[in-house]
Design a protein around this ligand. Structure first.
Ligand code: C5P
Length: 219
């Protein structure tokens, strides 16, 4: 039987995008398939962890052996994450929308006869990773992601401090990399010990290696 290095550990994973409503039929979102987050949740479960996956809207099946909570908005995602505490491990992979529409319309916004266009006023969403990284019941190990298009490592290191994470998994999501929505990923693991650059590999493999790194910390 496979070794279960994380048996008895509780983990929370966020994955996918969030959808922030504009009105009942429209929303603001971002390009995230949930592939990497779901792969990490599945890998944690295979390593024996008790996993709660908080997923935004994705077209993926719920991973096997994982408790999956489906949410739409960032605030719902934050609430579901806090409900899943306490935990030993938090891996925040979701591409949470940084802003939501300040007051979403309860009715579908209609085109105006005079051609006037709606103006959307935005307000900041909660930063779930930051909330968890500084929480009174902070999991022993907090992992964040940093999807960057430039200065990947520098921005990742700043993020580590600001958000109270132990690891930042930094990846270059420039359109030419094909990482966003793709099956492969090339990441750099940033911790207080320095930077570990991993070669290009499948997202499943990134998940396996990340879970091995997490298990190492609990030895
Ligand atoms: O600041 P930035 O969005 O680049 O940070 C990315 C990391 O923070 C990811 O781990 C992401 O899941 C998390 N995050 C979050 N809530 C937000 C924004 C980002 O949990 N509102």
């Amino acid at each position: 039987t496979a070794p279960k290095p994380l048996a008895g550990k509780r983990a929370i994973v966020t994955s996918g995008p969030t959808h922030e409503p504009i009105d009942p039929v429209r929303y603001i979102a971002n390009r995230s398939s949930g592939t990497q987050g779901h792969a990490i949740a599945a890998a944690l479960a295979r390593a024996g962890a008790d996993v709660t996956l908080v997923s935004g809207p994705v077209s993926l099946d719920d991973p096997r052996g994982v408790r999956t909570v489906h949410v739409e908005r960032a605030e719902e995602m934050r609430d579901a994450v806090l409900l899943a505490l306490p935990a030993d491990i938090a891996v925040m992979v979701a591409a949470v929308a940084d802003w939501r529409v300040a007051s979403a319309s309860g009715e579908k916004i209609k085109k105006q006869a005079d051609g006037a266009t709606p103006v959307l006023s935005l307000t900041e969403n909660p930063d779930i990773l930051k909330v968890i990284g500084h929480h009174a019941r902070r999991p022993a190990l907090v992992v964040g992601f940093a999807a960057e298009t430039n200065n990947v490592e520098q921005n990742g290191r700043a993020k580590l401090e600001r958000k109270g994470a132990d690891f930042i998994v930094a990846n270059d999501v420039s359109p030419e990399t094909g990482i966003m929505g793709g099956a492969r990923n090339r990441v750099a693991i940033i911790s207080r010990d320095g930077i570990d650059r991993w070669p290009d590999m499948g997202k499943d493999e990134v998940a396996e290696k990340l879970v091995a790194l997490i298990a190492e910390r609990f030895k």
